[in-house]
Design a protein around this ligand. Sequence first.
Ligand code: ADP
Ligand code: MG
Length: 679
Amino acid sequence: MNLHDPLTVVKGVGPAVAAKFKLLNLKTIGELIDYYPRRYDDYSALTPVIELTQPGPVTIQAQITSIKGRYVRRGMHITEAIASDETGSTRLTWFNQPYREMAMKRGQDYYISGSFELNYQRFAIQNPTTELVSDFPVNTARIVPIYRETKGMNSRQIRLVLKELVPEIEALVETLPETMVRTHNLMSRAEAIMGMHFPDDSEQLDVAKRRLGFEEVFQLSLASLMNKLELQQEKAPPVEFHEALAKDFVSHLPFELTGAQRRVVWQIYLDMQKSQPMNRLVEGDVGAGKTVVAAMAAVMVLHSGHQVALMAPTELLAQQHAETLHKLLEPLGYQDLVGLLVGSMTPKQKEVARAQIKSGQTKFMVGTNALIQDSVDMHGLELIIIDEQHRFGVDQRKELLSKAGHMPHVLSLTATPIPRSLALTLYGELDVSILDMKPGGRKPIKTSIESPNSRKLLYEDIDKELSDGRQMFVVCPLISESEALPASSAEKMYEQLRKRDFKHRRVGLMHGKLKGAEKNAVMQQFVRGELDILVSTTVIEVGVDVPNATVMVIENAERFGLAQIHQLRGRVGRSSYQGYCYLMLGDSGAPSKRLRALESSNDGFRLAELDLELRGPGAIYGQAQHGQLDLRVAKLTDIKLISEARQAAHEFIDSGEKLVNYSQLREQVTRLRAVTNLN
Ligand code: ADP
Ligand code: MG
């Protein structure tokens, strides 16, 4: 069998089974071999039922003594069972798995594995996986891989098919240089993948994960290093530093710069004086004051008569930036150099904007990415500022390079708090500055988790804030009602608040399906204080600045990521007023660790670290922002592994080894190079 063969060539896989695999995006033998388990159940460490006292993951060996399913609320199904061993009985609960009632056999021993948690005031093992003990011949491994499953295709069936592929797995070729495998004491690729699918014990599994995790980080680091080396070959026009200009700018600010802002601005000035392109990422929690930093970078370039472009991910944000920059640059007389270019402008307006860029009247273009890249006359472009986004890869740079004839300095701003150690290890190609101080006078946002039962009291409290003239955001996970998801929608919430709970207040609605101009109009109303309440989806997530808004209610908070909620709540911490963030649960179940972490910490970097710990291996950014960069095996918190793999990438380059000699490695690195640039 060949790795590119369709799965149907495997014994026992007919068209029907292949169709199920296809639902998991698995079509070939190679793809299935590469499909790592999502987690492992460890049936080697069993807990007697009587010892279940603490919440947390557990595995028991027990029989099902009773089981019953029922529908509760709209569409929600619960199966409850009692499992007993010689020491006692415990409750099991499955949500929306109605087949469980029929599937579980009475009087047979099962390994039952899941999280023992308090739910509706009762302890139970939640959504446990179950395996018949009789399916495990004596003396075999009890570490059982659990895969992402689909209807009609469970982990057991996946394991059976993989069993047929053992000869293919054992024949997998090495993808790392042999010397590296030896010096870093790694398992061979074939052994490691065997270990992932069929671990003998947890030690073997750890060694397998180490090998594959090492390889992931090695590839990423190599891609990143190669990008850096390539960029160092480029020339950029140095931007001269004028102290008097910087001082003049600062003296007109309505506030003092924080120490962190000063430090970062200085780093940028040093970078831009060099004849190599700057490639700097400024990380700063929401509200840390990144806009002023960007403005100060821009001022130096404008002074020399060259162009600056600022790209924002949304029109709303572009517009707000244009206004802010106009104000910030006014005291220097540079305000008329700022021009806006966004999709919702009429063709006529766009034409005027482009003409002004061309004639040199506009030197500081602010807009959404696509527009700016399309229509900017690049010839004097010396600085690109990219706000709040990470989608400016190698390809876009190449495009710019070919248009502009040289590589401009690039400054990226992000509130995605990547822990510093991590940013430095994984994105070695970038220089990273951290704005780790918040402007003074800000009070930490008070965050609390709320259950729907307390909604009425909460609204009374909020109404007092509104009576004081403050404003409120209400964030919902959905735009409109959905059958599939039992979550609040912005449209419904808007109607409820407007007609019932806050009928004496002015309520507005905003979401991603509104046209650009409509969104703008609503946002402007809110900014001008003509609305008390803005019901919205996460479109308000990035950047929006309304200092008078001090209250935020996040509906179905459990549906949002930790980092995302932290970003969202930053909207209500932008002034000297006390900000409040209420995390409204969808039901009265127990709040998750993630939500409790948000309640107790306001520090974006600390939360990012926590998020990583809770999520384990995987997503660097969470959400779907940057799937291509996600690590599948390596834990981002495993600093030791990361630094070792990174070291190996340096050694590889220093050794003069050529990628062409390693075809798989080359393929991966080429792919990663296109996405690894954060800027
Ligand atoms: P972010 O880092 O989230 O982009 P902004 O640049 O939008 O933050 O700044 C948030 C708010 O803080 C703005 O209203 C800005 O004028 C204000 N601000 C920025 N720097 C300072 C400072 N050093 N002192 C006081 N306020 C500041
Ligand atoms: Mg910002």
